[in-house]
Write a protein that binds this ligand. Structure first.
Ligand SMILES: *[C@@H]1O[C@H](CO)[C@@H](O)[C@H](O)[C@H]1NC(C)=O
Ligand SMILES: *[C@@H]1O[C@H](CO)[C@@H](O)[C@H](O)[C@H]1NC(C)=O
Length: 446
């Protein structure tokens, strides 16, 4: 099955009401995946009610995208449900050290090393434990410094930070107000002091966002700079767990009707990250294991306000077309608007706005721009840039288009069309059968 469309489902499930709410909220209380499976009553410790306000020891997703919250010898599996004993899920925890608690935990992102990638690392005192499939790996526990030289014992928190969000694949370790950026490949550590950030007792990455938990609150921070933007701290019970009456922002939201879906733009960047844009929100499409959620476009691309017309990626640049203006962002650890932008579209690409869709295929240097029932090719290596080819296309009113290894996908409202290549799209005499965005695959309501 095509991953793009699999993932698109939730993007397309983005309710219009989300669009408005996403401005206010880090996440909806009902957005994350819920994998809780309550155990018998004897496992439920009435004193450990996370809706009463818990300061967690650690929070981490596992390899399947289940999120675990830890406190003492208990854990919560998912964003709702009661506390369970940790040793019921992570069996060997007990045997080794009669685990009363853990200090920190994170899920490793290290694609070059399959023996570590997606493993969950737990930290207690001076030891590190590597788990996969909820089973302790051979050779563990180890001394923390065997695996992570220069990282201190008795940590407070840890969180993964993949390349693209951090400069390199990294892990952030927290102790007091000190933060250790550990580069997974070089094993080098940079220590920083983020005294503006509360001391984190646990840290969590969720859909490219980074959260420091302290008390029963959390503060969102940038993983490279530590910068906090927005109103923080916020009460975790309104966002990361379902606490019923008096809590949560999820009330009143509904899934979007499939028939109401209408993207503005979509793109795949050079790191393989796929994004769709609708109204003033975006969704990451290629990763959905940890759940899905629309976020305001301004969260990643600060200068873009309102709807965009088209987005395409070329090298490590991302182009946003809005009316007769174009914004170019450089993607590194975050997206930065290149100096001098926005610029008139005419000046940059030699075409007048507005446009409907734009895409580049793979390493190609041609951007294909769809405007009405025409497709224009522009060579991005030419100077000045100008239209080199103009071709009619068989379908009107295109909302968005992307090109991946399978060809071009053209979105029109709640349907999409597959074409083997831009050329196939241009010479198509007949419109192929559209694929419907189905509730099963796209998570929307019929
Ligand atoms: C799990 O921990 C509890 C309390 O610490 C203990 O009573 C129980 O025997 C442990 N279970 C296993 C399977 O080790
Ligand atoms: C945060 O940690 C530092 C040590 O790194 C400590 O001096 C400070 O008191 C802590 N702050 C709070 C509010 O606990």
């Amino acid at each position: 099955m095509n991953v793009f469309f699999l993932c698109l489902c939730v993007c397309l499930a983005l309710p219009r009401s989300y669009a408005a709410l996403a401005h206010l909220d880090d996440m909806m209380a009902d957005a994350p995946k819920d994998h809780s499976h309550p155990k018998g009553e004897d496992h439920h410790d009435a004193q450990l009610d996370r809706c009463k306000g818990i300061e967690f020891d650690a929070i981490t997703p596992d390899e399947k995208g289940n999120t675990f919250f830890f406190k003492g010898d208990h854990l919560w599996n998912g964003f709702s449900g009661p506390a369970e004993l940790s040793n019921g899920t992570f069996k060997e925890m007990d045997e080794y050290h009669h685990l009363g608690h853990i200090d920190a935990a994170f899920r490793m992102h290290h694609k070059d090393d399959p023996t570590a990638h997606d493993h969950v690392f737990f930290f207690l005192d001076d030891k590190v434990f590597s788990y996969y499939d909820h089973t302790l790996e051979k050779g563990y526990p180890k001394e923390i410094q065997q695996e992570f030289p220069d990282i201190p014992n008795h940590l407070d928190a840890a969180v993964e930070c993949p390349k693209g969000e951090c400069v390199t694949d990294s892990v952030l370790f927290f102790k007091g107000n000190e933060v250790y950026h550990f580069d997974i490949k070089t094993k080098l550590t940079k220590k920083k002091v983020w005294s503006h950030l509360p001391n984190c007792t646990s840290a969590f990455r969720w859909l490219e966002h980074y959260y420091c938990f302290h008390g029963h609150s959390f503060t969102r921070f940038h993983p490279v700079s530590g910068e906090v933007t927005g109103e923080y701290p916020k009460d975790a019970r309104n966002y990361f767990m379902r606490c019923g009456e008096g809590f949560g922002h999820g009330a009143g939201t509904r899934k979007m009707k499939c028939s109401e879906i209408k993207l503005n733009a979509a793109t795949i960047d050079d790191k393989g990250r796929e994004y769709a844009f609708q109204d003033s929100v975006y969704m990451r499409l290629d990763e959905h294991r940890d759940g899905n959620h629309p976020f305001p476009i301004t969260r990643q691309w600060k200068e873009i306000s309102g709807e965009v017309d088209a987005v395409f990626s070329y090298g490590d640049n991302m182009y946003f077309i809005q009316g007769d203006q174009v914004y170019i962002y450089k993607s590194a650890a975050h997206y930065t608007l290149i100096e001098g932008y926005p610029k008139p579209l005419k000046e940059e690409l030699g075409i007048d706005g507005p446009v409907d869709a734009a895409f580049v295929c793979g390493d190609n240097t041609i951007v294909h721009i769809i405007q009405g029932q025409k497709m224009y090719d522009i060579d991005l290596t030419a100077s000045p840039r100008a239209i080199t080819r103009e071709m009619p296309i068989p379908i009107p009113k295109v909302d968005a288009a992307v090109c991946d290894a399978h060809g071009v996908k053209v979105f029109i409202g709640p349907e999409y069309y597959d074409f083997g290549s831009p050329m196939v799209l241009a010479v198509a005499k007949m419109i192929p059968n559209p694929h419907k965005i189905s509730p099963e695959r796209f998570g929307c309501e019929e």
